[in-house]
Design a protein around this ligand. Structure first.
Ligand code: ZN
Length: 72
């Protein structure tokens, strides 16, 4: 494993994520503002580039889950 260090585009916080040794991209969520990001390995192996991950319309809705308990 190795450490990927990336900077949040929303709040400028520096985040770190453990990734596999051969990984060149990953997704992570800012610990400060919880904005999801896609991160990709940069020129230097430790400093990764980051871009905000916008939620996909109609995609998986994160932790929101439909509850249908009132179905008779
Ligand atoms: Zn942030």
């Amino acid at each position: 494993m190795k450490t990927a260090e990336w900077q949040c585009t929303a709040c400028d916080a520096t985040n770190r994520r453990l990734v596999a040794d051969g990984a060149t991209s990953a997704t992570d969520i800012c610990v400060t503002c919880h904005m999801p990001h896609r991160i990709e390995i940069g020129e230097r192996p430790v400093r990764w580039t980051s871009s905000p991950l916008s939620p996909l319309p109609g995609g998986r809705g994160g932790r929101q889950r439909e509850v249908s308990v009132d179905e008779a």
